[in-house]
Design a protein around this ligand. Structure first.
Ligand code: NDP
Length: 339
């Protein structure tokens, strides 16, 4: 079996985070309900990922797959494939756990669902706080962050961070708290380079983790009129050919050369291997400049249905949308028994 050696970078707590991780969001289906059709495939793919050397796994309470993710991890530890301390496991706290004391409730519940003693990184999933019924609770993320500092101090987690924070929100957080987030997990791909945000994070020792690293490049994420590049983009195909790599590998390598960690999601074994086989070549400066030209600020993940909520981090759009039921009402979609 192939064996990968995925490089790591240092977090501000001195610990190492592998630069490619395994993403576990299975998404909502066309009826906006949690889609777990692919869960057995994901269990297989994650198992395989650990077998071949993935050590970083990204999940979240929201995704409703923590029990299965935890099962795979514990199985691999039991089989002797990996030790707990060699793994880097991230989960996230959802919108309705933003009161200071609720952060610990959420983290303990994640630990229980995953059957783990600690997490390597826990993120505030979004800066907004929204009740289970979809009401804006207007809880300041500074209060929520104090809850994060507390779970760190109690040793439930090795590092704390945020997700979907913009520069302004990060500045305010840094100016008003004790612990600097170890990481900010945000959308970054060839269309959305987020230069200002990445520069700010890197200057402040906050590791940037890229979610949706392929943007709308892959058919499952393609949207009407979404911009190039797609998987068959001639420029990227030609660059890939030069190094004997695929367009997705060129994409992930480009992010790696920017000092960014990626967490691509795939339930397909061959792609698990493909996505982490990016450490045996380097894009030259000219290719880097060419690839940078695809950056046009286009966002793939636009939860505009939350845009009127306090602390929504992105630019607003002239639309009025209902929150999909699955994101508004917790007992909805898959894993109805999940707490
Ligand atoms: P990705 O950019 O990882 O794209 C996933 C899609 O790409 C799937 O359809 C997958 O297909 C396909 N794919 C994966 N690898 C390849 C390949 N080598 N060639 C062709 N197609 C490929 O998007 P995600 O939105 O899933 O983001 C990744 C992870 O980031 C999530 O799983 C989650 O962990 C995290 N995330 C965090 C968010 C946050 O708010 N913090 C928001 C969104 C995501 P298939 O599975 O069928 O192989």
């Amino acid at each position: 079996m192939a064996q990968l050696n995925i490089p790591t970078i240092k977090l501000n707590n001195g610990r190492d985070i592998p630069t490619v991780g395994y993403g576990t969001w299975l998404g909502l289906n066309e009826k906006s309900v949690f889609d777990t059709t692919d869960l057995p495939k994901m269990v297989d793919a994650l198992s395989y990922a650990i077998d071949i050397g993935y050590r970083h796994i990204d999940t979240a309470h929201l995704y409703r797959v923590e029990p299965e993710v935890g099962e795979v991890i514990n199985k691999k530890i039991k089989e002797g494939v990996v030790k707990r301390e060699e793994l880097f496991v991230t989960t996230k706290v959802w919108h309705h756990y933003h009161r200071e004391a609720d952060v610990e409730v959420s983290v303990r519940a994640s630990l229980r669902r995953m059957n783990l003693e600690y997490l390597d990184l826990v993120l505030m999933h979004w800066p907004m706080s929204i009740s289970q019924d979809g009401v804006d609770e207007k809880i300041d993320y500074l209060e929520t962050w104090r809850g994060f500092e507390s779970v760190l101090q109690k040793g439930l987690v090795k590092a704390i961070g945020v997700s979907n924070f913009n520069v302004e929100q990060l500045k305010r957080l840094l100016a008003n708290s004790k612990v600097v987030p170890a990481s900010n997990q945000v959308e970054i791909n060839l269309n959305l380079g987020q230069k200002e945000l990445v520069d700010y994070c890197q200057a402040n020792n906050i590791v940037v983790v890229a979610y949706s690293p392929f943007g709308t490049m892959v058919p499952s994420r393609a949207q009407p009129n979404s911009p190039e590049p797609k998987l068959n983009n001639p420029t990227l195909v030609a660059i890939g050919k030069k190094y004997g790599k695929t367009v997705t590998q060129v994409t992930l390598r480009y992010l790696y050369q920017r000092g960014i960690v990626s967490i691509p999601k795939t339930v397909t074994r061959t792609r698990v291997l493909e996505n982490a086989s990016i450490f045996d070549f380097a894009l030259d400066n000219e290719d880097v400049r060419t690839i940078a030209q695809f950056d046009n600020g286009y966002r793939t993940v636009v939860p505009a249905f939350w845009q009127d909520f306090t602390n929504y981090p992105f630019e607003k759009r002239p639309v009025k949308l209902e929150i999909p039921l699955a994101l508004k009402s917790w007992k909805n979609g898959a894993n109805l028994d999940i707490d």
